[in-house]
Design a binder for this molecule. Structure first.
Ligand SMILES: Nc1ncnc2c1ncn2[C@@H]1O[C@H](COP(=O)(O)OP(=O)(O)OP(=O)(O)O)[C@@H](O)[C@H]1O
Ligand SMILES: [Mg+2]
Length: 377
């Protein structure tokens, strides 16, 4: 069975994708920490980590740049980083977007005019709020400007893992003014292109009226239009980065049907886009404490718990019922994982991570998760 260190041996950029709530953020952090413990200089870009995890990593004090995590935090939890370095940040989509605009602007005056334009301010909130593109824009910036051995990118909490791959199109539409034009014409296209930002943009159109709106709008189109060429170049670079042989995607899924279907769909999309799937991680798999028991002995369990563990009949019945539920879940998980393995194909390494007793909300939890992801603990 392979482990994450083997999967990432030659990798410089690792994108962790999957459907909502499956464990992308915690897995990204655990992978980054584990690779740092193997001597790499690693940066992880997390997106909306749970508050306690962010606090545990010291991420709540940060700006929009990676920040070196105190290695003592990991040493104390039993995972010394040795010569490795772990850097982490939480993505600030709005700031990332403003920074991108600033980089693309030919001069300071243009930059100020765009950043203070009301249409830009409302729309950039809306677009940046969808997070998908800003995440890759940040990745591109770090890859271009830093000397990292490995960059790990968490992806946004989205109901649909594929939003992530569609984001650059939405952004191009933004720069070209297509989304807004369509919106103003009143078609459905604008709404689709803007994604979740559509509500906000409509609010703007309602609030800002008449001559004011027209002048802000025409400014907006003229200014952004000037950045379009630069944006296209950058979008092409981002795509090249995602397709690079040293870039890999890891898909995280839970052992349930729906996220598994989404992971398989994601695999097809990656293949079509010419991007590499490095492996799949099935997270929160129920372990089977009663793996050796068959149906007949399960039926005897209450009596055995009474006799062997000295439980009262009522308690023995409750405990046996809980074991039986676990057992059923573990069997369902095992069947789903087997099916996933078959459908992913033999070439795709599959890692199983058990459901831990507790949520992963501190450095100790990351170390425990790491022990499951990396062979040899
Ligand atoms: N193996 C595990 N055992 C127990 N709890 C886990 C495990 N993996 C993740 N968790 C917990 O599951 C919850 C969801 O994890 P996480 O936030 O990493 O998911 P996510 O995919 O990033 O979610 P979102 O799509 O909302 O960003 C967290 O509370 C986390 O601590
Ligand atoms: Mg997350």
């Amino acid at each position: 069975m392979s482990d994450v260190a083997a999967l990432l041996a030659e990798v410089r950029v690792c994108v962790v994708g999957g459907s909502g709530g499956v464990g992308k953020t915690t897995t990204s952090a655990a992978i980054a920490a584990g690779m740092a413990a193997r001597g790499r200089k690693v940066a992880v870009v997390t997106i909306d980590p749970a508050q306690r995890l962010a606090t545990a990593l010291g991420l709540d004090e940060l700006g929009n740049e990676p920040h070196r995590i105190d290695p003592e935090r990991f040493a104390r939890a039993g995972m010394p980083l040795h010569d490795g370095e772990l850097w982490a940040m939480t993505l600030d989509p709005k700031r990332t977007f403003d920074e991108l605009i600033a980089r693309l602007s030919p001069d300071a005056q243009t930059r100020e005019r765009i950043l203070s334009n009301r249409v830009y301010r409302e729309l950039s909130d809306a677009i940046a709020g969808s997070q998908e593109f800003t995440a890759v824009a940040k990745l591109h910036e770090l890859a271009a400007e830093g000397d990292w051995d490995l960059l790990v990118l968490d992806t946004p909490p989205s109901r649909n893992a594929l939003d992530f791959l569609d984001a650059p199109d939405r952004l191009a539409a933004f720069f070209e003014g297509r989304a807004l034009q369509a919106l103003l014409r009143g078609g459905g296209t604008g709404l689709r292109l803007l994604g979740r930002g559509a509500g906000l943009a409509l609010g703007l159109v309602r609030r800002v009226t008449g001559a004011e709106l027209l002048s802000d709008l025409s400014d907006f189109f003229a200014l952004l239009g000037g950045l379009l060429g630069g944006f296209r170049t950058r979008a092409a670079e981002v795509e090249a980065l995602l397709r690079a042989p040293t870039t890999t995607f890891l898909l995280v899924t839970s052992p349930e049907r729906e996220p598994i279907e989404e992971a398989l769909f994601f695999q097809r999309r990656l293949r079509a886009a010419g991007m590499r799937l490095g492996g799949a991680i099935v997270n929160r798999v129920h372990d089977d404490a009663l793996a050796a028991e068959d149906g007949a002995t399960l039926g005897d369990l209450p009596a055995r718990l009474e006799a062997e563990a000295g439980l009262s009949p009522a308690l023995a019945k409750l405990v046996a019922a809980a074991f039986a539920d676990e057992h059923a879940l573990a069997r369902r998980d095992a069947a789903n994982v087997a099916q996933l393995a078959e459908r992913l194909g033999a070439g795709v390494p599959l890692l199983r991570v058990p459901l831990l007793d507790e949520d992963v909300h501190d450095v100790g939890g990351l170390v425990r998760l790491g022990a499951e992801l990396f062979a040899g603990g």
